[in-house]
Design a protein around this ligand. Sequence first.
Ligand SMILES: [Fe+2]
Length: 490
Amino acid sequence: MELVTNAAPVPRVLVVDDEEDITTVLGDILRDQGYAVETASDGSQAWDKAQTEPFDAVITDLKMPRMGGLELLRSIKEAGHATAVVIMTGFATVETAIEALKVGAYDYILKPFKVGELLQVVDRALEKVRLAAENLQLKEQVTLLRLSEAVASSLSLNQVLAIVVEAALKEVDADGVELLFRPPGSKELGKRLGLGRAGPLKPLLANVKQLEQALADAPHVQFQDQALADLLYRDAAATEAGIRTLLSVPLRRGNENLGVLNAYSRKARKAFLPREEKALMVLGDRAATSLENALLYANLENTFRETIQGLALALEAKDAYTHGHSENVTRLCSAAARIMVLDEEFCTTLHQAAVLHDIGKIGISSAILNKPSKLDPEEYEIIKSHPRMGKRILEPISMLSAVVPIIYHHHERWDGNGYPEGLAGEEIPLGSRLMMVADTYEAMTSDRAYRKGLPHQVAVDELRSCSGTQFDPECVKAFLAAQPKAPEPS
Ligand SMILES: [Fe+2]
């Protein structure tokens, strides 16, 4: 069986010396070793070549016209290239070679040197570059894995985007990362997350529209000089931060632009490297997936909310008394829940439960529901079936699974004398206990076909006197705290 392996790319080596004989001889020797070799006669020519495509190794003389080896080394390091630089030096300049090591040269070799010595140094240098690249790849894979897990798990949109920004700052050699995105339900890229090396980043991008236009047909764009200045805030953060380069990628899904991911650099270098462009694009893609999921979910939630509202309206159309009642109970419940500082998820569930709490009355005849006089015992028993009926109607809807128990038990009393199950105390779901208070207050204070509503204070006194029997005392306390004043007479 034949094994298929990915051939490693041929290492690219640049030899720099102002003596042509040296570059020619060294070039030939290194080519014989199977390297892709280029030569340059001084630092400036070498830097031009390295900027077009970074080399794996650069072997350079120190003293050359126009631009010396040390300056070339500084440019390469400043640009963030993963290049191993080997300095060729004579005894006279050995001090400078040591200085070069401090700046980040991989090693130096003393002239005159034997071919074997040079090859050994170059081999070691290339091995180091290869290992560093492998490490980087591994790090990228770990980051992407972490991100994929975050996207797949139930982390919120903001949590996932924060991970994207954090990962971008690490993966791309940037001084700051800014993510602008369109929150669900909005047309503008109005939300922003910014992270610099020292913590949160002040807003830098001013001209979002112009950036979006530049990105319309491109997978990524880089800006410098005037083009960059036109995009940033003129007076404040950008000038202060000394931003020299911006790399931007769009967060695109189909024809829709969901946001932009920007990396900023203060370095006086020409551009972010192709590797960094790729990394930012991959991270941008993860952010776009998350945003798309959030938008889809928001649409689903919206449809769901409209369906709930539709059900509540169907009940109101049948039962004149419930007109506005569910809405009022919802408002009162939410206010009391806020006083009890219950978490957001609970408040959302309670809100849905309050809107739908009497939905079971849909199954009760209009003649009983709208009877202007007092109900007889048999009719009262039928009315009492509405929590059970509500449970039956809503149970098949999986998204309402948390809502059903609250509705089912909303007529249970704290002392155990309620219905349908006769639960007592904390056996009754908290949402139902709160709703019992809000529902009773609303029923007492609203007008009926056969009587006027009671004044606020009378209803409050009634709640107080039944606290501990009909109602959970804590819920009464929270409810009253949320209703400090009597409503203005209308
Ligand atoms: Fe009810």
